[in-house]
Write a new protein. Structure first.
Length: 216
């Protein structure tokens, strides 16, 4: 994406239009949500939850995630050109955006996410973004959960009809009027890890759980 195009697309009036178009498009989905209540009750009781998904699948959840805006949830998004566009849409959906990623401003972003999650008790994380590799859980979500005593709740989106882009993650875009299912997995508790030997098995375990719900 050229600098000129990025400047146009991320101008507030254009972002507002793009957001409305995304909402209209997503409104055509025949959406079913599964296994949501248990983690909502946890948040409402004052315990922290981190929702997570693969980069491939997040678009189909945008419409429903607006329902969580009263919790003031936080979300880390990269400082890339694509991230600027996604951040503009997510902000209008009601999410509190922290800019950073594993490749740029990661440490500062993690500190900010920890502070926000301790306050609001709800955050979300794209575990293999923004550049992959696809199907690999990066370290950030484990660190975030450790420092906030949060449980991790994976979620998966599927569609009976969808396009898969020729991108690093095979990004999924449900077709108009597709039957879309948003399913939350079981809570994944993160214990305190003092050594790399303890951390890596935990990361791999989460990765294995999440790989069961993806199409790469």
């Amino acid at each position: 994406m050229s600098k000129k195009i990025r400047t146009v697309l991320t101008a507030p009036p254009i972002l507002a239009v793009i957001y409305r178009l995304v909402r209209l498009y997503a409104a055509t989905f025949r959406l079913t949500v599964e296994n949501e209540r248990f983690w909502l009750e946890r948040v409402q009781s004052g315990k922290a939850v981190i929702l997570c998904c693969w980069h491939q699948q997040f678009f189909a959840a945008i419409r429903h995630f607006r329902n969580y805006r009263s919790h003031r949830p936080s979300l880390m998004i990269s400082r890339s050109a694509d991230g600027e566009l996604i951040a503009g849409i997510a902000t209008r959906t009601g999410w509190d955006i922290v800019r950073g990623s594993s490749s740029r401003r990661g440490r500062e972003a993690l500190v900010e996410m920890v502070a926000k999650l301790r306050q609001t008790k709800l955050a979300a994380h794209i575990v293999d973004g923004p550049r992959g590799p696809a199907g690999t859980v990066k370290a950030g979500i484990i660190r975030l959960a450790e420092q906030t005593e949060a449980v991790i709740v994976p979620f998966y989106t599927t569609a009976d009809r969808a396009w898969y882009f020729k991108s690093w993650d095979r990004f999924m875009l449900p077709r108009p009027f597709a039957r879309v299912t948003l399913r939350f997995g079981d809570a994944f508790p993160v214990y305190e890890t003092d050594t790399a030997e303890g951390f890596e098995p935990l990361r791999r375990k989460l990765e294995g759980i999440m790989l069961q719900g993806t199409r790469l």
